[in-house]
Design a protein around this ligand. Structure first.
Ligand code: BEZ
Ligand code: MG
Length: 574
């Protein structure tokens, strides 16, 4: 297979392999489930602390350790190096130094770590101390757990002080757990930090589209979730605003309620038509933000700009000219569930296997999500009016779909909601535009911006979780529940076949080999949880029946036999 490669091609291929291995190695994964009332058993505590130490925390006067090391070593282009995935000696030295410093911290404490960093890399102790003090607090709180105590106190009617809701890496102030979470002030979203971060993400996303399709997408569909935008202070919202080419402006009360158009000279690219599919939770929590997004769309649609630089205006004007649509209908872009309703139900339909063709899944998504939230030209508020033909039309022009991931704990195969939303909207686009959209994800998990295709993300999740012994052995420590988690991952992976045909066949083959063809593993799963094991085998056979995977007949026969045995398995005696 490789004999025809010349040396340049071979080097490029080795480099890509290297980048992928580094990406897999550096990926933080949960290695077990949280047990209520029990302190986290984090073998990888050092990895988590290293991630916590990789971000500037200006509100606590703390700087990111990699940046401090880069400065002390006089690496000038560190920010650029960070965004570049190819290997560099400077980056390796910085990473190794930070790793050793965090290791020293775990073994010997703050003074030893700050002292080591000073003697080894020349980082002033005063500069690194605030970061190590944050790590001390995080480490202490990870080692203790007051959840049971808080539960008892709340049952006694006592007051529990609330804390912020976020990912530990994004905001270590979420610790200790066992508190009520307070959300965000929706008027503060997007934060300045989120808006600055979103510029890089939106640029990287559009560059990737340009590279792969040869042009910017005429329209994009974005999925916006409530909890994610709480955790990131509005990363997803800010990305939508950047794609449209506007920035939020704060009013006299410091509320983000106004829009300022970013001039095309500054933007240096066309404004994208953005269709927002918004969760019910987002709709409930972020009413002012829904209004801000709608306002942004309406403002951009009336800018006096050439169609080639303002795709939204072009799409709206074409609709008005060709089909005599009203401006209000042609410009509707913010969709969610009907008031009081949540979810797309695509996940339930997939899980129950009760569907004939994939098209049904996209149709169900639109049925659930086709309710418009806007303020019309006369200033009247529209709060969830059914607008199916408007959504069908808006989706028919979409060329790329996208969602931001906010937490390392929950990825696209951990829960069924990602395929329910991003998969659901992508399938709806595919049938309405008669072409499969490019599907992208990015995450707010690491300091560098990384856009991945859906296929790449499925591979990464599979390699770092489902097929990773560190992950599944961590799950299996939880016995019955652990097997259910493995089965959930396989079912959620299957969800990406159903909605987006985004799963490589080798993934199903390797899952079969790891969990079913290995007799020792099969026996372990059987003893722990025969119900989930049976569902897992059935799901793999369904993947074959629906044409997502065509393994050799011997493998299929083994699966069928296993299923037959499992169906006749006597109920285990407790
Ligand atoms: C949300 O935060 O909006 C959300 C959470 C879980 C599933 C779907 C949406
Ligand atoms: Mg489930």
């Amino acid at each position: 297979m490789t004999s025809k490669l010349n040396s340049l091609e071979r080097d490029a291929r080795v480099m890509r392999l290297y980048e992928q291995l580094v990406e897999i190695e550096q990926r933080l994964i949960p290695t077990g489930l949280h047990v209520f009332g029990r302190a986290a058993e984090l073998q990888e505590k050092a990895d988590l602390l290293r991630m916590v130490a990789s971000f500037d925390r200006p509100e606590q006067g703390a700087r990111a350790l990699p940046k401090l090391v880069a400065e002390a070593l006089r690496v000038e282009n560190y920010e650029e190096l960070l965004q570049d995935s190819s290997p560099s000696e400077a980056k390796e030295v910085i990473d190794a130094t930070v790793n050793r410093a965090v290791q020293k911290f775990c073994e010997h404490g703050v003074d030893a770590a700050a002292g080591w960093l000073n003697s080894e890399a020349g980082v002033d102790r005063e500069k690194s101390l605030p970061t190590f003090l944050i790590l001390t607090k995080v480490a202490e709180q990870l080692d203790s757990n007051t959840e049971l105590d808080s539960l008892l106190r709340s049952l006694r009617g006592e007051y529990i002080k609330p804390g912020p809701g976020a990912d530990i890496v994004q905001n270590p102030m979420v610790l200790p757990t066992g508190r009520n979470t307070h959300a965000v002030n929706p008027y503060s979203v997007p934060s300045q930090l989120a808006f600055a971060r979103a510029r890089q993400t939106a640029t990287a996303l559009l560059n990737r589209c340009l590279e792969e399709q040869g042009h910017y997408p005429r329209a994009m569909a974005l999925v916006l979730w409530g909890l994610d935008n709480i955790k990131t202070q509005g990363d997803g919202v800010a990305q939508a605003l950047w794609l449209l080419g506007v920035r939020p402006v704060r009013d006299a009360l410091n509320r983000a309620t106004e829009i300022e158009v970013i001039p095309l000279e500054e933007l240096q690219r066309p404004r994208i038509d953005v269709v927002m599919t918004v969760s019910g939770i987002f709709r409930d929590l972020f009413a002012p933000t829904m209004a801000l997004l709608d306002k942004a769309v309406r403002r951009v649609a009336v800018l006096d700009e050439p169609f080639a630089m303002n795709y939204l205006r072009r799409n709206v004007q074409e609709k008005i000219a060709a089909e005599a649509w009203s401006f209000d209908n042609a410009v509707t872009r913010v969709f969610s569930n009907a008031p009081g309703n949540y979810g797309s139900n695509v996940n339930f339909m997939v899980m129950d296997s009760q569907w004939e063709t994939e098209e049904t899944l996209g149709d169900l998504f639109v049925t659930r999500k086709c309710f418009a939230y806007t303020r019309d030209t006369r200033g009247r508020s529209v709060e969830g009016r059914e607008a199916r033909h408007l959504m069908d039309d808006a989706l028919s022009r979409v060329e790329a779909t996208y969602q931001n991931i906010d937490s390392f704990e929950i990825g696209i195969t951990d829960v069924d909601h990602y395929f329910e939303y991003l998969g659901g909207v992508s399938k709806a686009v595919e049938t309405r535009s008669k072409s499969r959209p490019a599907i992208y994800l990015s995450d707010s998990l690491s300091p560098q911006v990384k856009i991945r295709s859906l296929q790449e993300t499925v591979r990464l999740e599979t390699r770092t979780k489902t097929l990773n012994p560190k992950w599944y052995e961590g799950m299996l420590k939880h016995g019955f529940r652990g097997v259910a988690e493995i089965e959930n991952h396989v079912a959620n992976t299957f969800g990406w076949s159903a909605t987006a045909d985004a799963v490589d066949p080798w993934i199903y083959t390797e899952i079969s080999k790891t969990f079913l063809l290995d007799p020792i593993m099969f026996q372990r799963l059987l003893e722990l949880n025969p119900h989930s094991l049976r569902s897992l085998v059935k799901r793999l056979l369904e993947a074959n029946e629906r044409g997502y995977w065509n393994p050799d007949e011997a493998l299929l026969e083994t699966l069928r036999e296993s299923l037959d045995n499992l169906e006749h398995q006597p109920e285990p005696i407790a």
